[in-house]
Design a protein around this ligand. Structure first.
Ligand code: NI
Length: 392
């Protein structure tokens, strides 16, 4: 008796799914350079009989039409690797120096391809359309936004989207399915302070940019502690400061860069403004000047309540209720968020850690690997969810 409720078809597909995952693992490619990965996906989908197209340089989209084409569900998988040297001792170790699938995107691609195969084999039962979106450059600089700009959510128009992440933060057999906020936004701010340099012994002739910077850094700490509702998570971190040249010189300028994380777009905008307000007023008080840049990267990842309940229902046919974690949340970021801003959907975590097998290293670690049993679980939940979506 299997621990998970897997269909005969998913069990039969297990070895092939593992093989595809390992092939991709051996040949990791960075964002927008996923040419071989993209080709493999393209050819696999083509052979299966999908309508296939290339979107956003290395992204691949495969469409299958159901008999009643009123609705279209998208399935998103990211395909890129990280700039990291793999240190695992496995026969499917990365063949590309300094590149590694250390986040599990090789698994996401394999799961989506296995799901595409299962859906094809049951096309006659399929009511609506399913659009498989293989997205490049999740790690950076982001492939979701360019795909949306090139119309991936149109023709046919996508009504909802689902996607998954293999997750070593939770054990194999568990699933993280949460409605509402799931992952944070991740932004960068850059502040340049322009004072007036001079002799370290003659401060009265200068505007000391380091002193100004110190006041700003201290004041920034009050944003989260004094301005943000304590029940709302937020982070303001100054990660790097640069200034000065010698012990007896008062620095002309100073620079600092940092990151802001939130789960809410309004709060994100408020913090962006607050940082500038603090910077502006402090520099003014000290007679300095400033420049301020706020770069918005990925928005918060927010799941739709209905779609999360659909995934949960699909998961309950695979694992028992106690294996579903409804509060797995992370301050990390994901560009799945761009899709979720456009259409309702659910992004969920598939537990992939197996401590006994030593497969529990963190994501982005040179020893990262996961229990491949998670591929079958992911495929099963995805497949169940697709059919449930059109049945509901
Ligand atoms: Ni990832």
């Amino acid at each position: 008796m299997n621990k998970y409720q897997l269909t005969k078809e998913v069990i039969e597909l297990k070895d092939e799914t593992i093989k595809i995952r390992r092939d991709i693992h051996k040949n990791p490619e960075l964002g927008f350079q996923e040419f071989k990965t993209s080709e493999l996906i393209y050819n696999t989908l083509k052979e299966l009989g999908y309508e296939v197209s290339i979107v956003a340089k290395t992204g691949v989209v495969g469409l299958i039409r159901g008999h009643d084409q009123t609705k279209t569900l998208a399935v998103r998988a990211d395909i890129d690797c990280l700039p990291l040297q793999e240190l695992n001792q496995v026969d499917y170790i990365s063949q590309n120096e300094g590149k590694m699938h250390a986040c599990g995107h090789d698994g996401h691609t394999a799961i989506a391809l296995a799901t595409a195969k299962l859906i094809k084999s049951r096309q006659s039962e399929l009511k609506g359309n399913v659009k498989f979106i293989f997205q490049p450059a999740e790690e950076s600089p982001g492939g979701a936004e360019p795909m949306i700009k090139e119309g991936v959510l149109e023709n046919p128009k996508v009504d909802a989207i689902i996607g998954l992440h293999l997750w070593n933060n939770i054990p194999l057999g568990t699933l993280g399915i949460k409605s509402g906020i799931l992952m944070a936004s991740a932004d960068e701010f850059i502040i340049n302070i322009k004072g007036k340099g001079g002799h370290g012994a003659l401060p009265h002739q200068t505007v000391d940019s380091i002193v100004v910077m110190a006041h700003i850094i201290t004041a920034l700490q009050t944003i989260v502690s004094r301005n943000v509702n304590p029940l709302e998570p937020a982070v303001v971190t100054v990660g790097k400061v640069e200034s000065g040249s010698n012990f007896n010189i008062i620095a002309e300028s100073a620079k600092m860069i940092g990151t802001v994380r939130t789960f809410d777009n309004d709060l994100r905008d408020q913090i962006e403004k607050k940082i500038e307000q603090i910077t502006k007023n402090i520099t003014q008080a000290f007679g300095a000047d400033y420049s301020y840049q706020y770069i918005k990267f990925y928005p918060p990842t927010i799941n739709d309540v209905y779609m999360a309940s659909l995934i949960k229902e699909a998961a309950l046919d695979v694992v028992s209720n106690d294996m579903i974690l409804e509060n797995e949340i992370t301050m990390g970021a994901e560009d799945m968020s761009y899709f979720l801003q456009k259409v309702p959907g659910c992004y969920f975590f598939v537990g992939s850690a197996n401590k006994e097998k030593g497969l529990d290293k963190p994501h982005h670690n040179p020893y990262f690997d996961f229990d491949e049993e998670a591929l079958s679980i992911g495929t099963q939940v995805m497949t169940n969810a697709i059919f449930k979506y059109f049945e509901r």
